[in-house]
Design a protein around this ligand. Structure first.
Ligand SMILES: Cc1cc2nc3c(=O)[nH]c(=O)nc-3n(C[C@H](O)[C@H](O)[C@H](O)COP(=O)(O)OP(=O)(O)OC[C@H]3O[C@@H](n4cnc5c(N)ncnc54)[C@H](O)[C@@H]3O)c2cc1C
Length: 475
């Protein structure tokens, strides 16, 4: 199997293979073919995570599905290492490669909404923001992630969690059909009636099976939510976490309550007494009638600094873009993630110890509670990993300067190592780093064998290998 860490060719051979690919595509490709000498190349090769700076030999920016077919056929025939890119937000950096080909979908961002059927069709290069803007014009939503510049394809294919997961399920639970270009360049539709194994695998199985050219999405009516935010000072964090774990166990689907543990910034909207101090930030979203939210909000606010509490009704578009500037392109990011069945007191101790050593204000321990509509779907209905583990932790290090790489990476690894014994096996593939390929079977657990079967059928040569990879029996 070719891989980023073990490239199959030396530099000269890579360059030859790239030239061959370029020549084979020239004249029959409608989009752009970008090589290192092209003025647009530098901008086009950059992906979101500044830790991953790769230089592909060729970027094939597809104009349409026939370009995707041509690029995949040519690349597979020639045997060039190939990455597929939608939004370029893979934390692991899977949407680029050194010396190989990038099939770039960033020109394929069309979409259409059918308000009566509550359905949308969106192309495989769409970002979350473009889907939100199109669906909100009809007062509808597609449940997705929390940062609008994230690519829809990678997010949906891995599962997709966000503010509306408890109310409407994961993003992949809200896909009615996929149109996929497979490794031999064929176009295949997967839905509940056709290619049902593929339909199962694409809902959580990531980019293993082909390039999704179009998604048919199920939509729901929603225009605004109630948003409550607050900061809890260090002395109350333990009690807040105890309250959070008990409250979420029987919370209604209308409530999403995320907690992040971090150093408060020095921004004006942070109460002066908390600036530069360790805090727990709470963000609560309520999708039901506003007055019914009060008991839940009061419980959270009772442990907060009173000047930090902010409650307001926000439009869905506002909600979906409010975190955009916290995660800018080009900074350096490293993450490790896992699940807990329950947060016992010793685990809360570990969280507090980890918080005390957090290496920068942008670095966070993110805590979310899944359950709700996502947890009501049977474990074998989709390829998505564990739906029953309600507590998700994500250690997300975020810094600017490469001289601080070792500090941040070792903090994440050390905290993860201490938390791991109490974790439930399993991980959400979209929150994995590039050095965690050994955890991919753990992510799929009892679904692994079926994933291998579907992979062997649709991609026997493991052409689509730059992802949380499932190898075929033949590769
Ligand atoms: C700032 C930020 C916020 C995030 N927030 C959330 C969140 O709220 N919820 C959540 O669940 N996740 C979230 N994530 C994680 C996110 O789901 C993954 O990083 C996801 O892979 C991003 O998708 P992308 O299309 O931008 O990635 P890319 O880097 O373009 O691709 C990621 C993977 O998907 C494959 N792929 C891309 N397009 C296609 C396609 N059309 N067909 C087949 N395979 C394809 C790629 O080959 C690669 O393996 C976030 C990530 C970031 C960086």
């Amino acid at each position: 199997m070719p891989s980023q860490s073990n490239p199959p060719q030396d530099g000269r051979e890579q360059a030859r293979v790239c030239r061959e690919t370029y020549s084979a595509l020239c004249g029959r490709f409608n989009g752009d073919l970008l090589r290192a000498s092209d003025p647009e190349y530098e901008g086009a090769r950059t992906i979101w995570n500044g830790m991953v700076a790769r230089r592909p030999g060729l970027i094939a920016r597809c104009a349409d599905v026939s370009d995707v077919q041509t690029a995949v056929r040519v690349a597979n025939d020639i045997g060039i290492l190939t990455a597929v890119r939608c939004g370029g937000h893979s934390l692991a950096g899977f949407s680029s490669c050194d010396g190989g080909l990038v099939v770039d979908l960033s020109k394929m961002r069309d979409g259409s909404v059918d308000p009566d059927a509550r359905r949308a069709r969106v192309a495989g290069g769409c970002l979350l923001g473009s889907i939100d803007r199109a669906t909100q014009r009809a007062g509808l939503v597609f449940p997705s992630g929390v940062v609008s510049h994230t690519g829809a394809s990678g997010l949906i294919l891995g599962g997709g969690t966000g503010w509306l997961t408890r109310r409407f399920g994961l993003s992949c639970d809200n896909v009615a059909a996929f149109t996929l270009v497979t490794a031999d360049g064929s176009v295949v539709r997967a839905d509940p009636k056709q290619n049902t194994d593929l339909f199962w695998a694409l809902r959580g199985g990531g980019g293993n099976f082909g390039v999704v050219a179009e998604f048919e999405l199920k939509l729901h009516p929603l225009k605004s939510v109630v948003l409550a935010e607050s900061l809890t000072p260090e002395a109350n964090i333990r009690t807040l976490l105890e309250c959070w774990r008990e409250s979420m166990a029987d919370a209604p689907l209308d409530l999403k309550w995320n907690v992040d543990l971090r150093l408060a910034s020095h921004k004006m909207n942070v109460p002066a007494q908390l600036r530069g101090r360790l805090v727990a930030g709470s963000s609560l979203i309520w999708t039901g009638a506003p007055e019914a939210a009060q008991p839940y909000f009061q419980r959270a606010f009772s442990l907060c600094h009173p000047d930090s509490v902010r409650t307001r009704t926000v439009s869905y578009l506002n909600l979906q873009t409010m975190a955009d500037s916290d995660f800018p392109h080009g900074r350096r990011y490293y993450t490790k993630s896992g699940y807990f069945s329950y947060l016992d007191d010793a685990t809360i101790d570990r969280f507090l110890e980890a918080l005390a050593t957090v290496p920068s204000p942008e670095t966070q321990i993110e805590l979310a509670y899944l359950g709700g509509a996502a947890g009501e779907i049977a474990a074998d209905e989709t390829a998505f990993g564990d739906r029953s583990a309600p507590f998700i932790i994500n250690l997300l290090a975020n810094w600017a300067d490469s001289s601080a790489d070792a500090l941040h990476i070792s903090w994440v690894r050390s905290v993860f190592g201490k938390l791991r014994p109490a974790m439930k096996p399993g991980v959400y593939v979209n929150f994995m780093s590039g050095d965690e390929q050994d955890r991919v079977p753990e992510a799929y657990q009892q679904r692994w064998e079926r994933m291998v079967e579907v992979k062997t059928h649709y991609d026997p040569g493991n052409f689509f290998c730059l992802n949380q990879n499932v190898q075929s029996k033949k590769s």
